[in-house]
Design a protein around this ligand. Structure first.
Ligand code: ATP
Length: 368
């Protein structure tokens, strides 16, 4: 079989004085793809990226780029380049000198540097800005220059350490699309770390969800969103309502749970099938919840219930209604349908909700 992965990590582990920050992580990144590592603060993302860059030595495991082990290769000899959150552009140098810096370090002749800097600036959509100062650029332009400074070195793998983290929301939204387009333009393997799931979902060909030093799941955005492998992924990727309770019945893969507030819910077992009496968690996406002004027939709609409106969070197409169960006090949030039927909903009103059990995912609760 032809070898197509640019980056391969095998059982990569990093321990700091007995604390395992990265715990036997294995993955392959195909050439020219956008791979994100998504996880909460402290899960080990930066440590993993620093091992790939060569700034951190693994405790065990192997790391290959284009089929060659990098374990004994120093950071400046690896075919990787890294974009940092604060970009680290040199303020005293103009743009041309910033981008040409790495080439000068490598002893590339001045005429060739000039040519390559000009070419890479064109490719990031900023032709002819060699003589501008860093302070004269917008936040988005600085991002592109930081990427150009790496790409001029023609790395096999570009590592990006939360490069959008310091930008304001609007620019971040714009840069997501731009980064994806730049990656396609260069056709270089990008490894991107972030704790922001919307960045990872929008840009990546594949995403690894990292939790406590381990990869819980690797998959496409759609796989993680619709088929989460465990409760952590279901709760971390995308928005979801979460219920916890005791399993009272199982029919094929449909699990009935009675929540701690005494409400009966049905969901589909996502992974391991629980057993009756066990504690389980269920997740349902806000957009999977149907709203109605009239009651659903509970005999045919096992997840139907009457809810009280707590508030409506208007946000155009992403508007959400916050609901409360009048008996148990359990809360639920649902997407507001764009039909206009529910625009007049007000606090304290009663509304009926339902969802198909096959659209909710159920997992055995940890430790049960
Ligand atoms: P963040 O998103 O906040 O940057 P992260 O997912 O990148 O977090 P890491 O920086 O990789 O997480 O840290 C993982 C764990 O390893 C943390 O508990 C951290 O305290 C610990 N850690 C990282 N570097 C060291 C070090 N040099 N010595 C000891 N512990 C460390």
């Amino acid at each position: 079989m032809p070898f197509t992965a640019d980056l391969v990590c095998r059982d990569l582990t990093k321990e700091f004085k007995g604390f395992r920050a990265v715990d036997h992580v294995s993955f392959d990144v195909p050439q020219g793809s956008f791979f994100s590592i998504l996880g909460p603060s402290g899960c080990g993302k930066t440590t993993l990226l620093r091992m790939i860059a060569g700034f951190q030595f693994p405790t065990s495991g192997d790391l290959l780029i284009k089929g060659k082990s990098m374990i004994d290769v120093g950071p400046n000899k690896r075919p990787v380049s890294m974009v940092f959150q604060h970009l680290a552009l040199f303020p005293m140098m103009d743009i041309g000198k910033n981008i040409g810096f790495g080439l000068r370090q490598r002893g590339v002749p001045a005429a060739e540097i000039k040519q390559r800097v000009g070419r890479v600036l064109e490719r990031v959509g900023l032709p002819g800005i060699e003589n501008r100062q860093v302070s004269q650029l917008s936040g988005g332009q600085k991002q592109r220059v930081a990427i150009a400074r790496c790409m001029v070195l023609e790395p096999d793998v570009l590592l990006l350490d939360e490069p959008l983290g310091a930008l304001d929301l609007k620019l971040r939204e714009h840069m997501k699309i731009e980064l994806k387009a730049l990656q396609a333009e260069f056709n270089t393997t990008f490894v991107y770390i972030t704790h922001d799931q919307s960045e990872a979902l929008v840009m990546s060909d594949n995403i690894a969800v990292m939790n406590k030093g381990k990869f819980d799941q690797i998959g496409t955005a759609k796989e993680l969103y619709y088929e989460p492998a465990n409760a952590f992924v279901a709760g971390f990727v995308g928005d979801a309502n979460r219920f916890e309770g005791k399993v009272t019945a199982i029919n094929d893969r449909l699990v009935t749970i009675v929540t701690d507030g005494g409400i009966t819910r049905q969901a589909q077992a996502a992974a391991e099938l629980p057993i009756v009496g066990q504690r389980a968690l269920a997740f349902v996406r806000p957009e999977a919840i149907q709203l109605s002004k009239t009651a659903y027939d509970s005999a045919t709609h096992p997840n139907a219930s009457a809810q009280i409106v707590d508030s409506v969070l208007f946000n155009g197409a992403n508007s959400v209604v916050l609901l409360r169960d009048p008996q148990s006090g359990e809360t639920l949030h649902a997407g507001l349908p764009q039909t206009g039927d529910f625009l007049g909903l007000g606090k304290g009103e009663t509304i009926h909700t339902n969802w198909h059990a096959t659209q909710a995912r159920c997992f055995v609760a940890e430790g049960h």
